[in-house]
Design a binder for this molecule. Structure first.
Ligand code: FES
Length: 335
């Protein structure tokens, strides 16, 4: 499988040294009943750092909530950052808090980071499910400006959510499939008809992404590649966060020297927080990469959706929201 997740975000130690930006909501647009788009401009008029398609920011919300959102505006617009938020009524409150923001409110955000970069390719397919269109919108702008061959396939639940496609550049060839109208994307047919040397960029529900990720070997054989960004954990990852037979293990946090025992049904992140450590997180389900932490010694039992096979094998970092110690051994982490 060729699922490339390149240009890894910085790890916890590096992130701690990064400045954040205070931003003002300059425009709030209700795209659909469930989706709002916010334009954020720097408080005080500072110049914003440039970013590349696929980048995201982490928004710090009141009450310590942090949420990661892809930048979904035109990447050549350096005056503002645009994000779009799907309201999840059964979520942990982050999207509700984001929907409550009004024009003029301020929020702190991190600098843009990119774990889903656009790469040189003869032709590209941008494949989105619902709010997963957001990181692909700047890619479409960039590809349209470059004159590179690309098309967008956008699967949505209803016509209201399809309004997100209005953020795409007018040059984009867009195939919108509305499942509520019985018009679903036929993924097996789609991969068969892809021309050689096509790079696929996909973001959406894990069911879709699991199938797209499985195309990697076939597309690589045809000179292409698959790049996936997840907004939710795969069923396999969720089922594997705690499994029968998990045992306790010890973790030492090198910066304080504290050692804790992580119980069979606990996570390293939970134990770190009990000690009062500030641990940056977003998904807490192993797919966003926010909690990536350097491993100083010991062997992780990786249970995330984020690291590549090579990164897992290196054992240099781990996602402390889900991953554990292999064989119940000890870990020393840079935390
Ligand atoms: S918080 Fe998202 S991978 Fe750990």
């Amino acid at each position: 499988m060729t699922m490339e997740l390149l240009d890894r975000m910085t790890t916890e130690a590096e992130r701690a040294a990064q400045p954040s930006l205070t931003m003002v909501v300059s425009r709030r647009a209700q795209i659909s009943p469930r989706i709002v788009a916010l334009d954020l401009v720097p408080d005080g008029g500072a110049t914003l750092p440039a970013w590349e398609p696929g980048a995201h920011i982490v928004v710090h919300l009141p009450g310590g909530l942090e949420r990661q959102y892809s930048l979904c505006g035109d990447p050549d617009d350096i005056g503002s950052y645009r994000i779009a938020i799907l309201r999840e009524d059964d979520g942990r409150g982050g999207s509700i808090a984001m929907h409550a923001l009004a024009e003029g409110d301020t929020v702190d955000v991190t600098l843009p980071r990119n774990t889903f970069p656009l790469e040189d390719s003869e032709s590209s397919l941008l494949l989105a499910g619902g709010i997963g269109i957001t990181p692909l919108i700047p890619m479409a702008w960039r590809l349209a400006r470059e004159g590179t061959d690309f098309r967008v396939v956008f699967a949505v639940r209803d016509a209201e959510d399809a309004r997100l496609a209005r953020m795409l550049p007018s040059q984009a060839e867009v195939d919108i499939r509305i499942s509520g109208e019985g018009n679903r994307v036929d993924l097996p047919a789609l991969v068969k008809e892809l021309p050689a040397n096509t790079a696929v960029y996909a973001c959406g529900p894990s069911r879709m992404l699991d199938e797209v990720a499985s195309w990697g070997f076939e597309l690589q054989r045809r000179g292409g590649a698959v790049h996936v960004e997840r907004f939710e954990a795969s069923a396999e990852t969720l089922a594997g966060i705690h499994v029968a037979g998990d045992t306790e293990f010890r973790v030492t946090f090198s910066r304080s020297g504290d050692t804790v025992t992580v119980g069979a049904t606990e996570t390293i992140m939970e134990c770190a927080r009990k000690l009062g450590k500030i641990v940056e997180s977003s998904c807490e389900e192993g797919y966003c990469g926010t909690c990536e932490t350097d491993v100083i010694s010991g062997t992780p039992d990786h249970r995330d959706d984020f690291l590549s096979d090579d990164e897992r094998a290196s054992g240099e970092t781990m996602m402390i929201c889900v991953s554990r110690a292999a064989g119940g051994g000890d870990l020393v982490l840079d935390l």
